[in-house]
Design a protein around this ligand. Sequence first.
Ligand SMILES: *[C@@H]1O[C@H](CO)[C@@H](O)[C@H](O)[C@H]1NC(C)=O
Ligand SMILES: *[C@@H]1O[C@H](CO)[C@@H](O)[C@H](O)[C@H]1NC(C)=O
Ligand SMILES: *[C@@H]1O[C@H](CO)[C@@H](O)[C@H](O)[C@H]1NC(C)=O
Ligand SMILES: *[C@@H]1O[C@H](CO)[C@@H](O)[C@H](O)[C@H]1NC(C)=O
Ligand SMILES: *[C@@H]1O[C@H](CO)[C@@H](O)[C@H](O)[C@H]1NC(C)=O
Ligand SMILES: *[C@@H]1O[C@H](CO)[C@@H](O)[C@H](O)[C@H]1NC(C)=O
Ligand SMILES: *[C@@H]1O[C@H](CO)[C@@H](O)[C@H](O)[C@H]1NC(C)=O
Ligand SMILES: *[C@@H]1O[C@H](CO)[C@@H](O)[C@H](O)[C@H]1NC(C)=O
Ligand SMILES: *[C@@H]1O[C@H](CO)[C@@H](O)[C@H](O)[C@H]1NC(C)=O
Ligand SMILES: *[C@@H]1O[C@H](CO)[C@@H](O)[C@H](O)[C@H]1NC(C)=O
Ligand SMILES: *[C@@H]1O[C@H](CO)[C@@H](O)[C@H](O)[C@H]1NC(C)=O
Ligand SMILES: *[C@@H]1O[C@H](CO)[C@@H](O)[C@H](O)[C@H]1NC(C)=O
Length: 587
Amino acid sequence: MASFRRILVTAAAAATAVNAVSLGDICTTSYAQTALPVDFYPGITIDSSSVSTSLVTNDTVSSVFFPTTTIEYCNVTFAYSHNGIADDIVHVTYWLPAPNSFQNRYVSTGGGGLAINSGSSSIPTGIIVGAVSGLTDGGFGSFDTDWDAVFLLANDTINWQSTYMFGYQAHHELATLGKEFARNLYNVSDSTKVYSYYQGCSEGGREGWSQLQRFADQFDGAAIGAPAFRYGQQQVNHLIGNMVEQTLNYFPPSCELEKIMNLTIAACDPMDGLTDGIISRSDLCKLNFDLNSTIGQAYSCAASTSASTGFGALEGRSLNRRQFPVSSPTPAQNGTVSAEGVAVAKAYLDGFHNSKGERVYLSYQPGAQMADAATTYDSTTGTWGLDITGLGGEWVARFLELQDTSTLSNLDNVTYDTIEEWMKLGMNRYYDSLQTTFPDLTDFQSAGGKVIHIHGEQDNSIPTASSVHYYESVREVMYGNLTFNESVAALDDFYRLYLVPGAAHCDVNEYQPGGPWPQQTLQEVINWVENSVAPDTINGTGNIDTICRYPLRPLWSGNGTSFDCVYDQASIDSWNYTFDAYKTPLY
Ligand SMILES: *[C@@H]1O[C@H](CO)[C@@H](O)[C@H](O)[C@H]1NC(C)=O
Ligand SMILES: *[C@@H]1O[C@H](CO)[C@@H](O)[C@H](O)[C@H]1NC(C)=O
Ligand SMILES: *[C@@H]1O[C@H](CO)[C@@H](O)[C@H](O)[C@H]1NC(C)=O
Ligand SMILES: *[C@@H]1O[C@H](CO)[C@@H](O)[C@H](O)[C@H]1NC(C)=O
Ligand SMILES: *[C@@H]1O[C@H](CO)[C@@H](O)[C@H](O)[C@H]1NC(C)=O
Ligand SMILES: *[C@@H]1O[C@H](CO)[C@@H](O)[C@H](O)[C@H]1NC(C)=O
Ligand SMILES: *[C@@H]1O[C@H](CO)[C@@H](O)[C@H](O)[C@H]1NC(C)=O
Ligand SMILES: *[C@@H]1O[C@H](CO)[C@@H](O)[C@H](O)[C@H]1NC(C)=O
Ligand SMILES: *[C@@H]1O[C@H](CO)[C@@H](O)[C@H](O)[C@H]1NC(C)=O
Ligand SMILES: *[C@@H]1O[C@H](CO)[C@@H](O)[C@H](O)[C@H]1NC(C)=O
Ligand SMILES: *[C@@H]1O[C@H](CO)[C@@H](O)[C@H](O)[C@H]1NC(C)=O
Ligand SMILES: *[C@@H]1O[C@H](CO)[C@@H](O)[C@H](O)[C@H]1NC(C)=O
């Protein structure tokens, strides 16, 4: 009996092997050329001679955004150009799963910092779910060229084509071509749906929102993390630490800032009902913890040759390369937390106000690493001083002042009112390309789209409150005539926001180890879209397995024995900002 069954199985396997098309069969230049979506996208000409393919097997991939997995795929790249633009070449890469793994899905992936793609670090996410998975170079020259390298045609002359490509157009093309390419490659019939998805964090998160806000039926679902949207404000906001320090004329030693953060974590960790080293309720920390209590506490740090950055893998690609300067070596430090140091931390967390006291922007949550307040040590004078942040300095110098340089040399004569002007200049100049906060998602909602939006509660690069404010803008614009609870229920139908306890920027937090991370967000989106399973909570890795959906907030009771996602009005109010420095709504 056993051997009879074995023979049947072997025969069936052999029959399948004879008929099945293998990954090797489709991973040839000629096969890919026959599947190109030629003449599919008006205004685009694909160069079929540019196609290259390579078969990759036994590739073990690892990321905070998907579990470590060994995959095989075909890497196809090709180039296209926009009709009527001289010397225009855009390169796209699509990874193809084996035909017997393909599940009628397409996934676009995004970039980080000023990069429009994340190289080979994000694109595996699609292969894992049986999708053709894509990335683009935006037309910037190569897959490794960041947007800033091509942004200026000359000093004072913007390359608007590159700006709109970075803003949203390149991703629209990537996804439109990618879905049709997938259909052709796998012979999907016209009557069968190819589902289309997006995953990205940070700048990749902004790129995702840029699509949902404009192209209602392009993606069936999106898994979006910590988006770098409200771009005009977000990029200038990186200067908040520098400005506070310059204004208060106090440049805290790195160890003092770290100690203030550590004491904040220790004090605020238990407020969520569980003492686990993780701040799950930064709202309660904001409401109940007075930083003055850290004044006089002793700190001590060993000398170090470079400071840790705490940045996640996606943002890291370009930040590590250029935008996030490696801090200067720091000496051994001993001291006590000063009133001046606490004043800096308080102003940092309070966010920008202009000289009239009107609110210009929001800031980070208490307990987050104060990355934008980093100072630099001058070993000659033995003093600490200004360390202009990479993203903030480059934004003002290159994208606002239009000079071909990667940072500001100083902040002389810059005041909080200058900051307000810079934020408004960036918002107005790039409102339709980069700002990415259009709040009316009616078309996306009507098309049946679903979006899971996550943000680390202790993000140190894009304030967590930035995501909450966008969620609130959508809620008010789309459902302002409903009660709060009714409007949240209406949003729940297609847009859900999850704040990840203790998490940093698109990553877990080295200072709050054991915190959760939603590693299967794309799978949750797929389950919502294809099986109508809307996630109440989402799963986390680490010691906390349940991540609550905003506006509900995590709370343990019974010394950590029971857990709930609770409604807390004071918490909701603590996330609510009124930007009275603007006469029109800041979405
Ligand atoms: C897959 O790669 C690992 C190392 O990355 C190697 O040890 C293993 O032998 C490889 N397996 C195959 C089937 O090639
Ligand atoms: C895909 O292959 C091309 C060469 O054909 C290579 O330049 C590129 O780095 C590969 N892309 C990824 C994301 O592996
Ligand atoms: C698609 O159809 C063509 C033509 O019939 C065939 O050669 C090819 O192998 C098919 N591809 C797949 C993935 O089944
Ligand atoms: C802050 O806490 C971390 C552990 O999370 C520790 O490594 C570091 O030394 C502490 N810093 C200070 C200044 O105490
Ligand atoms: C700082 O204090 C520690 C003990 O807390 C001591 O071991 C170290 O030598 C001191 N370093 C300096 C530079 O004073
Ligand atoms: C915190 O301390 C500063 C001076 O060290 C003081 O001006 C301020 O009033 C204190 N704040 C609170 C809330 O006690
Ligand atoms: C462009 O501006 C940068 C920064 O101000 C300057 O260093 C450079 O010389 C300028 N280039 C030209 C061609 O004027
Ligand atoms: C700052 O302002 C002072 C006084 O108006 C002026 O002399 C100086 O040149 C300015 N510095 C810069 C860098 O603009
Ligand atoms: C609220 O406004 C929306 C959009 O205009 C509309 O669809 C809905 O019916 C309104 N709801 C109520 C309760 O008036
Ligand atoms: C989340 O966890 C639950 C319980 O372990 C499991 O049933 C579910 O499949 C998980 N969801 C995803 C998307 O992994
Ligand atoms: C709470 O639980 C921890 C272990 O999880 C235990 O060490 C601690 O004593 C408990 N505290 C109380 C007040 O029961
Ligand atoms: C936020 O505050 C404004 C002004 O106080 C108020 O009108 C609005 O209803 C509040 N929003 C929420 C969600 O509480």
